[in-house]
Write a protein that binds this ligand. Structure first.
Ligand SMILES: [Fe+2]
Ligand SMILES: [Fe+2]
Length: 254
């Protein structure tokens, strides 16, 4: 039987693509069985629902999500300037723009969910600043690092594995968030919030998809063992980091 989180990923991939990634699926399942991520555990969901019962915590978490998506967006853009492989760039940059849009979507969801919310000017400014607002006409200046300044090919792939794990965590969080935001959503906002949630889940699944496709191709080129090592290492690091962030989250404020 497959690890529960690996199965969730496969189900979501099946929802958006007809492609099968058997090599990737084996590697993902193996790494999650070896080092189960905190967000695949029952206690993770229970803890989330416990915290989210407090509307103030939940409002803060929407702001924190906006910040996280915005930061992710700028990090992914920076990675696209330094990665070795030219052939991945378009997909990675599209990804950076998606995360930027997510950052702004979370602010919209905050106002739709808590229409009466009032914020001081400083908070409003901070929320504005944490959205990169990338678009086709508004992209960061740094285009592409000189070849000698780029990451090695292997480091680029390892980084892509790290990005991939962030996407899987984002997908789990979107599902948790969707079930809570439905409870808070005032009737007139329900439909729009539902659309936002569906679009976030679909986008995160698409981010998992394009990276999985890259990993599958590498596995088929005879690099499955190398990829499996990278996954195991990155999953362990990512799990440690998630635990540190969970500690910090407890003290989160707007
Ligand atoms: Fe996102
Ligand atoms: Fe994403």
């Amino acid at each position: 039987m497959m690890n529960n989180l690996a199965s969730l990923v496969m189900e979501n991939l099946r929802d958006i693509t007809a492609c099968e990634y058997p090599g990737y699926a084996r590697i993902l399942d193996h790494s999650f069985c070896t080092a189960p991520p905190p967000f695949s555990m029952n206690w993770f969901g229970r803890r989330y629902f416990e915290l989210a019962r407090d509307p103030e915590w939940f409002a803060n978490s929407l702001v924190a999500n906006s910040a996280l998506e915005g930061y992710g967006s700028t990090q992914i853009w920076n990675f696209s300037t330094r990665m070795q492989q030219d052939e991945y760039i378009d997909a990675v940059r599209q990804h950076a723009m998606d995360e930027s849009r997510h950052s702004t979507m979370f602010v919209s969801m905050l106002h739709l969910t808590f229409p009466g919310l009032s914020m001081d000017a400083g908070t409003e400014e901070r929320i504005r600043m944490q959205q990169p607002r990338y678009s086709r006409d508004n992209l960061p200046g740094a285009r592409r690092a000189a070849p000698e300044c780029r990451m090695s090919s292997d480091d680029s792939i390892s980084e892509l594995v790290g990005v991939h794990l962030t996407e899987i965590r984002a997908l789990v969080l979107q599902y948790l968030l969707r079930s809570v935001i439905r409870v808070y959503a005032p009737a007139p906002s329900e439909k729009r919030i539902g659309m936002f949630c569906a679009s976030l889940i679909r986008d995160e699944a698409r981010h998992i998809d394009y990276t999985a496709r890259i990993f599958e191709a590498l596995a088929n080129e005879g690099r499955a063992d190398q990829l499996a090592d990278m996954f195991e290492k990155r999953v362990r690091e990512f799990n440690d980091l998630t635990m540190i962030e969970l500690e910090r989250e407890k003290q989160m404020t707007i």
